[in-house]
Write a protein that binds this ligand. Structure first.
Ligand code: B12
Ligand code: SF4
Length: 475
């Protein structure tokens, strides 16, 4: 794994967030009055959630560690599963800063610097808020670092690290950049087969910052390069593949070619797509035949008015139900991702959502609260309208969580009515009998569908406790 002759050693670090799916536990566990059993149960569940649900490696750091410069060796430390290897000497630590986990990232940077290790910060938060990161690192990388990372390593060797590396043009994904798993501990993960075929998103949903970070123009890799990566990956790890693209069907011609070519590889895969897939029989067939087991579909609201209020226009309400049914009929499980609380939503939405989930048979429902992420258009708008509950300047208050707190005031429903309407809905949707029913009806991957639904019974019940606490403070 490591070149013993290397002159400089780089440690690439992925942070464990102290909330959200990485550390799913009560947000305010310190002040909650709880018995020992309940604390033990939460910590055991938190561990299971971290290990079972989303235990996939950070592709960003795999990409960086695959850019080799002679004289530099690189290792990955994923703090969700490993401890910092501080018994070894490191010349440079590269930390991936996610917007929902800024505080632990900056604390770690400070700690490493206090031990004389130089720190370079990169990732979504650095790209969107470089000025807030400057004082926390010796160097910043702003933007997609696929190519510029070699320059950083060369400068490290020369002892001339620059304070800022700015990527002015998005990397051309048509250039082949093989991704290696050699810096990973493969056994830590549910699977290490993570592949991204495209970057950028042509849409502009205001709660999302993918188009802010990666641009509106969809860039894609060659299908030959993706197939080669799948083939190489299979030699090390035969488990399921995750296509991490935000919208794997965004360019339908490309997706049809890619997944048709993938059929002979006999893999199983999961990914994220839009409802539009349900209206494209040929593409759907290519997905199913290439081993697609499940897709996360961002449905958000069942009302056009609500989706449009957030600049989401590509998911017309009248066609959602038929699309979901077509996808499931093709043998693909649907993880339906909804948001309750969009501008335009009213108190009748929970009943409509429940009916939709029943009628379409969504295998794993995820009913999120709108999370205003700093750097998104909705964050700026809610701040301008005075509707954000925490101070907009305090980005740590907008850390990851699992539907556990309201961070803004809904447009047309008072908070005191909104929170109970949400918690009552999740109490009805996420029950053990419903989990079993969904698993039995799932077109494939029944045990995974059961596991997700059961985890959600726990996670939404935890979220309800946090929300009820927030409600009691409002009184
Ligand atoms: C895969 C994924 C996940 C996986 C993460 C698994 C993993 N270990 O990586 C899972 C499913 C767990 C997940 C969960 C969540 N996610 Co997510 N996820 C993604 C997704 C689809 C892909 C991430 C990825 O691998 N991208 C590909 C890599 C190559 O891009 P990258 O990470 O940006 O890295 C590049 C640069 O940023 C930079 N870089 C990155 N790190 C570093 C470090 C250094 C040192 C340097 C120099 C450069 C650098 O260089 C890289 C190469 O170009 C993104 C969307 C996206 N397009 O990025 C959302 C995204 C990151 N997720 C998001 C969200 C909101 C969440 C959740 C909160 C959702 C929820 N409701 O629970 C949770 C929170 C997780 C938690 N910690 O609790 C948001 C984050 C917004 C933000 N700015 O923080 C995104 C952007 C999606 C969105 N719609 O806005 N997610
Ligand atoms: S939510 Fe999905 S479709 Fe909308 S802008 Fe973000 S990545 Fe694109």
């Amino acid at each position: 794994m490591r070149d013993m002759e290397a002159e400089k050693k780089v440690l690439l670090i992925f942070i464990q967030a102290d909330s959200g799916v990485d550390g799913a536990s009560l947000l305010d566990s310190a002040s909650a009055k709880r018995g020992l059993l309940s604390v033990l149960k939460d910590s055991a569940m938190s561990n299971i959630i971290r290990r079972a649900q989303f235990a996939i490696p950070p592709l960003s750091l795999m990409i960086l560690s695959s850019r080799n410069v002679p004289g530099v060796s690189q290792s990955i430390c994923d703090l969700r599963f490993e401890k910092l290897p501080l018994h070894e000497h490191w010349d440079l630590a590269g930390i991936s800063v996610q917007t929902g986990a800024v505080k632990p990232a900056f604390e770690l940077a400070g700690f490493l610097r206090s031990r004389g290790i130089k720190v370079v910060l990169g990732g979504p938060y650095v790209t969107v808020f470089p000025d807030r990161c400057r004082e926390h690192g010796d160097a910043l990388v702003i933007g997609e670092a696929d190519d510029i990372w070699e320059e950083v390593q060369r400068d490290l060797l020369a002892g001339q690290l620059k304070p800022v590396y700015r990527v002015d043009t998005y990397p051309d994904l048509a250039i082949d950049r093989p991704v290696s798993k050699s810096a990973l501990d493969i056994s830590s993960y549910f699977t290490t087969n993570v592949v991204q075929t495209t970057r950028g998103c042509p849409y502009s949903c205001d709660f999302c910052n993918v188009h802010v970070m990666n641009g509106h123009r969809l860039r894609h890799r060659t299908t030959a390069s993706v197939l080669k990566e799948v083939e190489t990956s299979l030699k090390q790890d035969k488990r399921i593949f995750f296509f991490l693209d935000d919208t794997v069907n965004a360019n339908e011609l490309y997706a049809e070619k890619l997944f048709t070519e993938l059929i002979p590889y006999n893999i199983q895969w999961v990914g994220q797509a839009t409802t539009a897939l349900g209206e494209k029989p040929k593409l759907l067939e290519a997905f199913a035949r290439s081993g697609c087991g499940a897709l996360l579909i961002g449905i958000e609201s069942l009302a056009d008015g609500s989706n449009h209020a957030h600049q989401k226009f590509h998911n017309p309400a009248a066609r959602q139900s038929a699309c979901i049914r077509n996808i499931r009929d093709a043998g693909i499980c649907v993880y339906g991702s909804f948001i309750y609380g969009l501008d335009g939503d009213t108190l009748d939405m929970p009943a409509r959502l429940e009916e939709f989930i029943e009628e379409t048979g969504v295998d794993v429902p995820g009913i999120n609260l709108l999370r205003p992420i700093p750097g998104t258009a909705v964050f700026d708008r809610l701040a301008a309208e005075g509707r954000l509950i925490p101070d907009p300047d305090d980005h740590d208050a907008f850390r990851f969580s699992w539907a556990q707190e309201m961070l803004y005031v809904p447009k047309s429903v008072p908070l005191k009515q909104f929170i109970p309407s949400y918690t009552a809905m999740t109490g009805r949707v996420f029950t053990v009998p419903n989990a079993m029913k969904r698993a039995m009806k799932a077109p494939r991957l029944r045990s995974a569908v059961l596991m997700f639904n059961l985890l959600y019974v726990h996670m939404y019940s935890m979220a309800r406790k946090d929300l009820h606490r927030q409600l009691s403070i409002l009184d």
